[in-house]
Write a protein that binds this ligand. Structure first.
Ligand SMILES: NC(=O)c1ccc[n+]([C@@H]2O[C@H](COP(=O)([O-])OP(=O)(O)OC[C@H]3O[C@@H](n4cnc5c(N)ncnc54)[C@H](OP(=O)(O)O)[C@@H]3O)[C@@H](O)[C@H]2O)c1
Length: 296
Protein backbone atom coordinates (compact mmCIF):
# COMPACT_ATOMS: atom_id res chain seq x y z
CA UNK A 1 0.00 0.00 0.00
CA UNK A 2 3.01 2.35 0.48
CA UNK A 3 5.24 3.41 -2.39
CA UNK A 4 8.42 5.46 -2.66
CA UNK A 5 7.46 7.81 -5.47
CA UNK A 6 11.05 8.67 -6.52
CA UNK A 7 14.45 7.25 -5.49
CA UNK A 8 15.08 10.44 -3.48
CA UNK A 9 11.42 11.13 -2.77
CA UNK A 10 8.80 10.50 -0.10
CA UNK A 11 6.96 7.28 0.71
CA UNK A 12 3.25 7.79 0.04
CA UNK A 13 0.18 5.59 0.24
CA UNK A 14 -0.68 4.13 -3.16
CA UNK A 15 -4.20 5.55 -2.86
CA UNK A 16 -4.50 9.19 -1.86
CA UNK A 17 -7.73 10.86 -0.73
CA UNK A 18 -8.11 14.30 -2.36
CA UNK A 19 -9.79 17.19 -0.58
CA UNK A 20 -11.00 19.24 -3.54
CA UNK A 21 -14.63 18.46 -2.70
CA UNK A 22 -14.29 18.63 1.12
CA UNK A 23 -16.46 21.75 1.43
CA UNK A 24 -19.34 19.80 -0.17
CA UNK A 25 -19.26 17.09 2.53
CA UNK A 26 -20.36 19.39 5.38
CA UNK A 27 -18.28 17.61 8.01
CA UNK A 28 -17.74 19.13 11.43
CA UNK A 29 -14.08 19.11 12.57
CA UNK A 30 -14.78 16.02 14.70
CA UNK A 31 -16.52 14.21 11.83
CA UNK A 32 -13.60 15.07 9.55
CA UNK A 33 -11.11 13.82 12.14
CA UNK A 34 -13.01 10.51 12.26
CA UNK A 35 -12.97 10.38 8.44
CA UNK A 36 -9.19 10.95 8.38
CA UNK A 37 -8.74 8.17 10.95
CA UNK A 38 -10.90 5.80 8.92
CA UNK A 39 -8.83 6.52 5.79
CA UNK A 40 -5.58 6.00 7.71
CA UNK A 41 -6.91 2.73 9.13
CA UNK A 42 -7.55 1.57 5.55
CA UNK A 43 -3.93 2.40 4.67
CA UNK A 44 -4.50 5.80 3.04
CA UNK A 45 -2.08 8.05 4.89
CA UNK A 46 -1.36 10.65 2.19
CA UNK A 47 -3.84 13.50 1.60
CA UNK A 48 -3.96 15.77 -1.44
CA UNK A 49 -4.80 19.45 -1.03
CA UNK A 50 -4.46 22.68 -2.96
CA UNK A 51 -4.64 26.21 -1.60
CA UNK A 52 -7.59 26.92 -3.93
CA UNK A 53 -9.88 24.03 -2.91
CA UNK A 54 -13.20 25.29 -1.50
CA UNK A 55 -12.21 28.79 -2.69
CA UNK A 56 -9.16 28.74 -0.41
CA UNK A 57 -11.06 27.27 2.59
CA UNK A 58 -10.51 23.49 2.52
CA UNK A 59 -6.96 23.47 3.89
CA UNK A 60 -8.22 25.32 6.95
CA UNK A 61 -11.10 22.84 7.43
CA UNK A 62 -8.58 20.00 7.42
CA UNK A 63 -6.28 21.95 9.74
CA UNK A 64 -9.10 22.41 12.25
CA UNK A 65 -9.63 18.65 12.34
CA UNK A 66 -5.90 18.00 12.68
CA UNK A 67 -5.67 20.48 15.55
CA UNK A 68 -8.02 18.24 17.54
CA UNK A 69 -5.31 15.57 17.51
CA UNK A 70 -1.88 17.04 16.66
CA UNK A 71 -0.13 13.67 17.13
CA UNK A 72 -1.88 12.50 13.94
CA UNK A 73 0.39 14.78 11.88
CA UNK A 74 3.43 12.49 11.99
CA UNK A 75 1.34 9.52 10.83
CA UNK A 76 0.14 11.23 7.64
CA UNK A 77 1.66 12.97 4.62
CA UNK A 78 0.28 16.27 3.36
CA UNK A 79 0.52 17.39 -0.25
CA UNK A 80 -0.56 20.84 -1.37
CA UNK A 81 -0.27 23.06 -4.42
CA UNK A 82 0.09 26.73 -5.24
CA UNK A 83 0.08 29.14 -8.14
CA UNK A 84 -3.58 29.63 -9.11
CA UNK A 85 -5.34 32.94 -8.41
CA UNK A 86 -9.13 32.51 -8.45
CA UNK A 87 -11.79 35.18 -8.60
CA UNK A 88 -13.56 34.85 -5.26
CA UNK A 89 -14.66 37.03 -2.38
CA UNK A 90 -11.75 35.45 -0.50
CA UNK A 91 -9.30 37.14 -2.92
CA UNK A 92 -10.98 40.51 -3.55
CA UNK A 93 -7.98 41.91 -5.47
CA UNK A 94 -8.15 39.23 -8.16
CA UNK A 95 -10.11 40.49 -11.18
CA UNK A 96 -9.04 37.82 -13.67
CA UNK A 97 -8.28 34.17 -13.06
CA UNK A 98 -4.53 33.84 -13.46
CA UNK A 99 -1.39 32.05 -12.38
CA UNK A 100 1.39 33.41 -10.22
CA UNK A 101 4.66 31.50 -9.93
CA UNK A 102 6.76 34.43 -8.80
CA UNK A 103 9.22 33.76 -5.97
CA UNK A 104 7.40 35.91 -3.42
CA UNK A 105 4.01 34.43 -4.27
CA UNK A 106 5.18 30.82 -3.92
CA UNK A 107 6.87 31.51 -0.57
CA UNK A 108 3.84 33.41 0.76
CA UNK A 109 1.49 30.64 -0.43
CA UNK A 110 3.51 28.01 1.46
CA UNK A 111 3.26 30.09 4.63
CA UNK A 112 -0.52 30.41 4.20
CA UNK A 113 -0.90 26.65 3.60
CA UNK A 114 1.15 25.85 6.71
CA UNK A 115 -1.01 28.17 8.76
CA UNK A 116 -4.27 26.81 7.33
CA UNK A 117 -3.28 23.17 7.72
CA UNK A 118 -1.97 23.92 11.22
CA UNK A 119 1.33 22.20 10.58
CA UNK A 120 4.95 23.31 10.40
CA UNK A 121 5.89 21.30 7.31
CA UNK A 122 4.42 20.08 4.03
CA UNK A 123 5.50 16.66 2.76
CA UNK A 124 5.16 17.76 -0.85
CA UNK A 125 4.54 21.08 -2.59
CA UNK A 126 3.39 21.10 -6.22
CA UNK A 127 3.28 23.97 -8.70
CA UNK A 128 -0.38 23.53 -9.64
CA UNK A 129 -0.34 24.55 -13.31
CA UNK A 130 2.34 25.63 -15.79
CA UNK A 131 2.29 29.43 -15.81
CA UNK A 132 2.86 31.10 -19.20
CA UNK A 133 4.91 33.75 -17.38
CA UNK A 134 6.93 31.15 -15.46
CA UNK A 135 10.62 31.86 -15.04
CA UNK A 136 12.16 28.44 -14.25
CA UNK A 137 15.14 29.81 -12.32
CA UNK A 138 12.85 31.97 -10.17
CA UNK A 139 10.57 29.00 -9.41
CA UNK A 140 13.65 26.90 -8.60
CA UNK A 141 14.91 29.59 -6.22
CA UNK A 142 11.52 29.71 -4.44
CA UNK A 143 11.31 25.91 -4.14
CA UNK A 144 14.88 25.64 -2.83
CA UNK A 145 14.16 28.42 -0.33
CA UNK A 146 11.09 26.73 1.20
CA UNK A 147 12.89 23.37 1.37
CA UNK A 148 15.98 24.92 2.98
CA UNK A 149 13.72 26.62 5.52
CA UNK A 150 12.33 23.20 6.50
CA UNK A 151 8.81 24.23 5.47
CA UNK A 152 8.59 21.73 2.61
CA UNK A 153 10.21 18.28 2.37
CA UNK A 154 9.81 17.52 -1.34
CA UNK A 155 8.76 19.42 -4.45
CA UNK A 156 6.98 18.56 -7.67
CA UNK A 157 4.68 19.85 -10.38
CA UNK A 158 1.19 19.28 -11.70
CA UNK A 159 -0.18 19.38 -15.24
CA UNK A 160 3.28 20.10 -16.69
CA UNK A 161 4.22 18.96 -20.16
CA UNK A 162 7.38 16.82 -20.25
CA UNK A 163 9.24 19.75 -21.80
CA UNK A 164 8.15 22.15 -19.04
CA UNK A 165 9.15 19.64 -16.36
CA UNK A 166 12.55 19.05 -17.96
CA UNK A 167 13.16 22.79 -18.22
CA UNK A 168 12.41 23.35 -14.54
CA UNK A 169 14.48 20.32 -13.48
CA UNK A 170 17.48 21.69 -15.41
CA UNK A 171 17.72 24.72 -13.13
CA UNK A 172 16.44 23.15 -9.87
CA UNK A 173 18.90 21.63 -7.42
CA UNK A 174 16.25 19.31 -6.00
CA UNK A 175 14.56 16.33 -7.65
CA UNK A 176 11.07 16.86 -9.04
CA UNK A 177 9.47 13.85 -7.35
CA UNK A 178 6.19 13.73 -9.28
CA UNK A 179 4.00 15.27 -11.96
CA UNK A 180 0.34 15.13 -10.90
CA UNK A 181 -1.70 14.72 -14.09
CA UNK A 182 -5.17 13.70 -15.20
CA UNK A 183 -5.35 10.02 -16.13
CA UNK A 184 -8.19 7.50 -16.17
CA UNK A 185 -10.04 5.12 -18.48
CA UNK A 186 -11.60 8.25 -19.99
CA UNK A 187 -8.42 10.40 -20.17
CA UNK A 188 -5.59 8.56 -21.84
CA UNK A 189 -3.29 11.45 -22.86
CA UNK A 190 -0.36 10.67 -20.50
CA UNK A 191 0.07 7.35 -22.31
CA UNK A 192 0.93 9.10 -25.57
CA UNK A 193 1.99 12.70 -24.84
CA UNK A 194 5.34 11.75 -23.29
CA UNK A 195 4.25 12.17 -19.65
CA UNK A 196 4.65 8.52 -18.67
CA UNK A 197 7.77 8.10 -20.84
CA UNK A 198 9.33 10.91 -18.84
CA UNK A 199 8.18 9.36 -15.54
CA UNK A 200 10.13 6.22 -16.44
CA UNK A 201 13.22 8.20 -17.47
CA UNK A 202 13.16 10.42 -14.38
CA UNK A 203 12.08 7.49 -12.15
CA UNK A 204 9.03 9.13 -10.60
CA UNK A 205 5.55 7.75 -10.05
CA UNK A 206 2.88 10.13 -11.37
CA UNK A 207 0.07 11.11 -9.03
CA UNK A 208 -3.11 10.96 -11.11
CA UNK A 209 -6.15 13.16 -10.59
CA UNK A 210 -9.78 12.33 -11.51
CA UNK A 211 -8.89 8.60 -11.70
CA UNK A 212 -12.64 7.88 -12.11
CA UNK A 213 -13.08 10.66 -14.65
CA UNK A 214 -14.48 12.95 -11.95
CA UNK A 215 -17.49 10.58 -11.72
CA UNK A 216 -18.31 10.76 -15.44
CA UNK A 217 -17.42 7.10 -16.07
CA UNK A 218 -20.47 6.05 -14.07
CA UNK A 219 -22.83 7.31 -16.75
CA UNK A 220 -24.57 4.14 -17.86
CA UNK A 221 -25.18 3.13 -21.46
CA UNK A 222 -21.82 4.18 -22.87
CA UNK A 223 -19.49 1.61 -24.49
CA UNK A 224 -16.92 2.38 -21.79
CA UNK A 225 -19.34 1.81 -18.92
CA UNK A 226 -20.66 -1.37 -20.50
CA UNK A 227 -17.13 -2.76 -20.95
CA UNK A 228 -16.08 -1.89 -17.40
CA UNK A 229 -19.26 -3.53 -16.13
CA UNK A 230 -18.72 -6.63 -18.26
CA UNK A 231 -15.10 -7.04 -17.16
CA UNK A 232 -16.19 -6.58 -13.55
CA UNK A 233 -18.58 -9.50 -14.06
CA UNK A 234 -15.80 -11.66 -15.47
CA UNK A 235 -13.70 -10.88 -12.40
CA UNK A 236 -16.38 -12.20 -10.08
CA UNK A 237 -18.62 -9.19 -9.60
CA UNK A 238 -16.17 -6.31 -9.22
CA UNK A 239 -17.56 -2.78 -9.43
CA UNK A 240 -17.11 -0.36 -12.33
CA UNK A 241 -15.06 1.86 -9.99
CA UNK A 242 -12.81 -1.07 -9.07
CA UNK A 243 -12.19 -2.15 -12.67
CA UNK A 244 -11.44 1.45 -13.68
CA UNK A 245 -8.93 1.78 -10.82
CA UNK A 246 -7.36 -1.61 -11.52
CA UNK A 247 -6.88 -0.45 -15.12
CA UNK A 248 -4.82 2.61 -14.13
CA UNK A 249 -3.00 0.79 -11.30
CA UNK A 250 -1.87 -1.90 -13.71
CA UNK A 251 0.28 0.51 -15.72
CA UNK A 252 3.97 -0.27 -14.98
CA UNK A 253 4.74 3.40 -14.26
CA UNK A 254 3.05 2.85 -10.85
CA UNK A 255 0.55 5.70 -10.68
CA UNK A 256 -0.88 6.95 -7.39
CA UNK A 257 -4.61 7.64 -7.85
CA UNK A 258 -5.93 10.72 -6.03
CA UNK A 259 -9.52 9.82 -5.14
CA UNK A 260 -12.22 12.47 -4.96
CA UNK A 261 -14.91 10.73 -2.96
CA UNK A 262 -15.78 11.60 0.62
CA UNK A 263 -17.66 8.34 1.14
CA UNK A 264 -15.82 5.76 3.22
CA UNK A 265 -17.47 2.78 1.51
CA UNK A 266 -16.14 4.08 -1.82
CA UNK A 267 -12.64 4.46 -0.37
CA UNK A 268 -12.90 0.86 0.91
CA UNK A 269 -13.96 -0.29 -2.55
CA UNK A 270 -10.86 1.43 -3.98
CA UNK A 271 -8.60 -0.38 -1.50
CA UNK A 272 -10.10 -3.70 -2.60
CA UNK A 273 -9.28 -2.78 -6.21
CA UNK A 274 -5.56 -2.97 -5.37
CA UNK A 275 -5.77 -6.78 -5.51
CA UNK A 276 -7.46 -6.98 -8.93
CA UNK A 277 -5.44 -8.06 -11.96
CA UNK A 278 -6.84 -7.59 -15.45
CA UNK A 279 -5.53 -9.82 -18.20
CA UNK A 280 -3.97 -8.05 -21.18
CA UNK A 281 -7.07 -8.49 -23.37
CA UNK A 282 -9.36 -7.08 -20.68
CA UNK A 283 -7.03 -4.05 -20.43
CA UNK A 284 -7.13 -3.52 -24.20
CA UNK A 285 -10.90 -4.01 -24.40
CA UNK A 286 -11.24 -1.07 -22.01
CA UNK A 287 -8.70 0.93 -24.04
CA UNK A 288 -10.71 0.21 -27.18
CA UNK A 289 -14.02 1.14 -25.52
CA UNK A 290 -12.46 4.44 -24.45
CA UNK A 291 -10.84 5.39 -27.77
CA UNK A 292 -13.58 3.94 -29.96
CA UNK A 293 -11.19 1.92 -32.11
CA UNK A 294 -8.81 -1.03 -31.84
CA UNK A 295 -5.06 -0.48 -31.68
CA UNK A 296 -3.45 -0.15 -35.09
N1 LIG B 1 -3.76 18.68 -9.90
C1 LIG B 1 -4.89 19.06 -10.43
O1 LIG B 1 -4.94 19.94 -11.32
C2 LIG B 1 -6.17 18.44 -9.96
C3 LIG B 1 -7.37 18.68 -10.66
C4 LIG B 1 -8.55 18.06 -10.18
C5 LIG B 1 -8.50 17.25 -9.05
N2 LIG B 1 -7.30 17.07 -8.38
C6 LIG B 1 -7.21 16.18 -7.18
O2 LIG B 1 -7.78 14.94 -7.53
C7 LIG B 1 -8.78 14.60 -6.57
C8 LIG B 1 -9.81 13.72 -7.21
O3 LIG B 1 -10.45 14.40 -8.29
P1 LIG B 1 -11.93 13.99 -8.66
O4 LIG B 1 -12.83 14.28 -7.50
O5 LIG B 1 -12.25 14.61 -9.96
O6 LIG B 1 -11.71 12.39 -8.80
P2 LIG B 1 -12.63 11.12 -9.08
O7 LIG B 1 -12.36 10.18 -7.95
O8 LIG B 1 -12.35 10.68 -10.47
O9 LIG B 1 -14.14 11.61 -9.04
C9 LIG B 1 -14.83 11.81 -7.84
C10 LIG B 1 -16.29 11.96 -8.18
O10 LIG B 1 -16.76 10.68 -8.61
C11 LIG B 1 -17.85 10.30 -7.79
N3 LIG B 1 -17.76 8.86 -7.52
C12 LIG B 1 -16.74 8.19 -6.95
N4 LIG B 1 -17.01 6.86 -6.87
C13 LIG B 1 -18.24 6.71 -7.38
C14 LIG B 1 -19.07 5.58 -7.57
N5 LIG B 1 -18.68 4.35 -7.20
N6 LIG B 1 -20.28 5.78 -8.13
C15 LIG B 1 -20.67 7.01 -8.52
N7 LIG B 1 -19.93 8.13 -8.34
C16 LIG B 1 -18.72 7.97 -7.79
C17 LIG B 1 -17.68 11.08 -6.50
O11 LIG B 1 -18.92 11.24 -5.87
P3 LIG B 1 -19.08 11.07 -4.26
O12 LIG B 1 -18.26 12.19 -3.66
O13 LIG B 1 -20.54 11.21 -4.05
O14 LIG B 1 -18.55 9.71 -3.91
C18 LIG B 1 -17.11 12.39 -6.99
O15 LIG B 1 -18.13 13.24 -7.46
C19 LIG B 1 -9.28 15.93 -6.03
O16 LIG B 1 -9.87 15.83 -4.75
C20 LIG B 1 -7.99 16.71 -5.98
O17 LIG B 1 -7.29 16.38 -4.79
C21 LIG B 1 -6.15 17.64 -8.83
Amino acid sequence: MMLQIHPEGPIFSRLIPGLMRLHEWHYSPTELLNWIHAAVDMGMTTFDHADIYGKYTNEARFGEALALEPSLREKIQLVTKCGIQLITENRPHTVVKHYDTSRDYIIASVDRSLQNLQTDYLDLLLIHRPDPLMNPSEVADALETVVQAGKVRFVGVSNFTPSQLKTLQKTLNLPIVTNQVEFSVSQLSPLTDGTFDQAFRYQFSPMIWSPLGGGRIFQEGTPLYDTLHQVGGELGGKGVDQVALAWVLQHPVNVLPVLGTGKLERLKSAVDALTITLDRQQWFRIWQASTGHPVA
